[in-house]
Design a protein around this ligand. Structure first.
Ligand code: ATP
Ligand code: MG
Length: 363
């Protein structure tokens, strides 16, 4: 729908910490594309831990309403979460994903041109709505006076099957891209999907995830016959990822494994500040850098804006503007290749704004 309109309404949710420092990169990038996309209109929206501390609400109704009724898409910065339980607080990003039914978190991880290191070009498709993130935890005191804590881990056929379909569709899309540009990824074989699980131990939950994703392919062989379906037990996945990341194409994982694997994959490409994501559902999408609010570097103006700029490209591509998304990624890659304007996480001395300036100049 967005493609035929003449404006693009984007909800902007900076939230906390460096989220506020990197989100302007999204706005500046979209503005720099000029008339090649519908005129972007930015609607600032509130959410976050800081907001909770000021107002007692982490995610105002108004933010959800505006996203649902007025926006074509959204960009999210980052949220801080306290490490201990705070009465009345729950993470607004987790809630947003649920309210907007953004059931997939798509995280492309690619090694940096010009920097040595591992050869990696894969997509992690992380289930976004359930697993341990249903956050049903309980602490009880045992008769001997010691405590016991339990957490519920929910896996449903519905959520597993739609995330499976998302992974297969992405694999087909990447396969087509590889035919046009074989150097686009390190994996050279047919489209491949790797299911990450631990069903040898958790046969009910991970067993259901694994079987459901498998059955998505089996029930639509006409469409998915070209896809190679593999699996990795999550611990072995970590080992393979660190030893030979080039063998992966698309991986699909329940929520928590997807979260952990993503940070590991980010380390392989040099910085969390490079890795973008898209929270996607059937009718809405929201770009979000994979990193958190990074309190250790907050307020210094040195946060890497590239994860946010790449997330903007993911959102644009999802809205049908694939060519403009590709232009953004080329501009990012060329700045990385030159290596003149890099933030400290990549060994440089540049400020956030200088990196944005360099990228927009290429655009
Ligand atoms: P949170 O609880 O919000 O996730 P965190 O302490 O886990 O906070 P992260 O944001 O996850 O912090 O970051 C982990 C590490 O990566 C930190 O050392 C942080 O400085 C670094 N980092 C994360 N994002 C960026 C970025 N955009 N640019 C530079 N460094 C980053
Ligand atoms: Mg973190």
């Amino acid at each position: 729908a967005a493609a035929i309109r003449n404006t693009l309404k984007i909800g902007m949710i900076p939230a906390d910490g460096i989220g506020r420092e990197v989100l302007p990169a999204a706005q500046r990038t979209l503005e720099a594309l000029g008339s090649s996309i519908p005129k972007p209109e930015f609607i600032p929206l509130l959410a976050g831990w800081d907001l909770f501390q000021k107002t007692g609400t982490a995610l105002p109704e108004e933010t959800i309403r505006t996203l649902k009724e007025e926006c074509d898409g959204a960009m999210f910065g980052a949220v801080s979460s306290p490490s201990h339980k705070v009465a009345g607080y729950s993470s607004p990003i987790v809630a947003l994903r649920k309210h907007m039914d953004l059931y997939a978190n798509i995280r492309p991880v690619a090694s940096v041109p010009g920097q040595d290191g591992k050869q990696i070009n894969m997509v992690i498709v992380r289930e976004n709505t359930e697993c341990l993130y249903v956050k049903q935890e309980e602490v009880t005191t045992l008769p001997d006076g010691t405590k016991k804590a339990i957490a519920i881990r929910q896996i449903t056929e519905r959520a597993s099957s739609r995330i499976g379909r998302m992974a297969f569709e992405l694999a087909l899309k990447r396969g087509q891209e590889r035919e046009i540009n074989p150097s686009a990824s390190f994996w050279k074989g047919p489209p491949k999907v790797t299911i990450i699980h631990k069903s040898n131990v958790l046969s009910a939950t991970d067993g259901l995830f694994r079987e459901t994703v498998r059955s998505v392919k089996e029930s639509d062989e006409a469409r998915y016959s070209s896809i190679l379906l593999e699996e990795q037990i999550v611990d072995s996945m970590v080992y393979r990822l660190f030893r030979e990341p080039e063998i992966f194409d698309v991986t699909v994982a329940p929520n928590l494994y997807g979260d952990i694997i993503s940070d590991g994959a980010a380390a392989l490409v040099g910085s969390l500040g490079l890795v973008p994501s898209l929270n996607a559902g059937d009718s809405f999408a929201m770009g979000e850098p994979v990193h958190g609010s990074a309190p250790d570097i907050e307020g210094q103006g040195i946060a890497n804006p590239i994860a946010t700029i790449r997330s903007t490209a993911l959102l644009l591509s999802h809205l049908g503007h694939t060519e403009q998304a590709a232009r953004i990624n080329q501009a990012v890659n060329s700045v990385l290749l030159e290596g003149r304007f890099l933030t400290p996480d990549l060994g440089g001395k540049s400020k956030t704004d200088e990196v944005i300036d360099a990228i927009l100049k290429k655009l």
